[in-house]
Design a protein around this ligand. Structure first.
Ligand code: CP
Ligand code: NVA
Length: 304
């Protein structure tokens, strides 16, 4: 497979590269011991400006399973760019580590890190994107339904980082995606344009709607928190604006949809009810497990 140089956004990948990563992820999941020294001698910095459970643990454990070593840095004692510049942070980390996995407030910080570090940077979530999550989600959809260009997913809720990465992933892979958001909470215009351009090439249908009824008959409904980390909106107001977009059993039945997805953490009783989250509809733990396999495929392809 072709070598990856970084993963700041899924638009860094073409359809062949994305396909290769998913195929490799399936192989790593099926036969992990075959990859147990893929990262031997490699050290990877895990840099987090925001909290995390799944991303932190799946990278740490995943790197260990590939025979590599990880160094976790949280920035609770000072944000990046305060004690020293992002540029100095990146150039110093590159002296000792082979790659940087970073969860940051701003996509601009990732771009600056990538410029200054001369080592591959992987986006572990930013304000704009969550590519590692979308890779795990595409892997989950592939396991569930087979060929992605025959799948139709609906994303419901805030047009946020997770929504953006799903839009790009779907557009690259020729998968149909309906994005359903309340008025004023649609996806970023630049990301939308990029996804539309990619969809025109792959044949993916990208549909925007403000009505939950547009999810009728899709293969799976995906939702995420109504308020992302770092978002400044008033939670009470957001709760009112998003109330009609809650995924509950009545909605799943009315829309005749059999599968439910969420990147987690979930806010039970807000964007999704416990009844749906814990039901047979739910693919959320498969998605969580697949974070590690998809990320390990990215890491292996960085160093192959
Ligand atoms: N889905 C996800 O990225 O979870 P964490 O915020 O716990 O890493
Ligand atoms: N959209 C959420 C995803 C968390 C994994 C956030 O950015 O907080």
């Amino acid at each position: 497979m072709s070598k990856l140089s970084q993963l700041l956004c899924l638009a860094d990948l073409d359809r062949n590269q994305l396909n290769d990563i998913l195929t490799l992820a399936v192989e790593i999941k099926r036969n992990p011991t075959q990859f147990s020294s893929a990262l031997a001698g490699k050290s990877i910095a895990l840099l987090f400006e925001k909290p995390s459970l799944r991303t932190r643990v799946s990278f740490d454990v995943g790197i260990n399973k590939l025979g590599g070593h990880s160094v976790y840095l949280d920035l609770q004692n000072g944000a990046m760019g305060v004690r020293e510049s992002v540029q100095d942070f990146g150039s110093n980390l590159a002296c000792w580590t082979d790659a940087i996995v970073a969860r940051v407030f701003s996509q601009k910080t990732l771009i600056e890190l990538a410029h200054s570090s001369k080592k591959p940077v992987i986006n572990a979530l930013s304000d704009l994107y969550h590519p590692c999550q979308a890779l795990a989600d595409l892997l989950t959809l592939h396991e569930q339904f087979g060929e992605l260009d025959k799948v139709h997913l609906a994303f419901v809720g805030d047009g946020n980082n997770v929504c953006h990465s799903l839009m790009l992933g779907a557009a690259i892979m020729g998968m149909d995606l309906t994005v359903i958001t309340p008025p004023g909470f649609g996806p970023d215009a630049h990301v939308l344009l990029k996804a539309q351009q990619m969809a025109a090439k792959s044949g993916a249908k990208l549909i925007l709607s403000q009505h939950l009824s547009s999810a009728a008959g899709v293969d799976a409904i995906y939702t995420d928190t109504w308020l992302s980390m770092g978002a400044k909106a008033d939670p009470k107001q957001v709760g009112q604006l998003f109330a009609d977009y809650q995924i509950n059993t009545a909605a799943m039945q009315r829309l005749a949809v059999k599968h439910f997805m969420h990147c987690l953490p979930a806010h039970r009783g807000q964007e999704v009810t416990s009844e749906v989250l814990d039901s047979d509809y739910s693919l959320v733990l498969q998605q969580a497990e697949n974070r590690m396999h998809a990320q390990n495929a990215v890491l292996v392809s960085l160093f192959s």
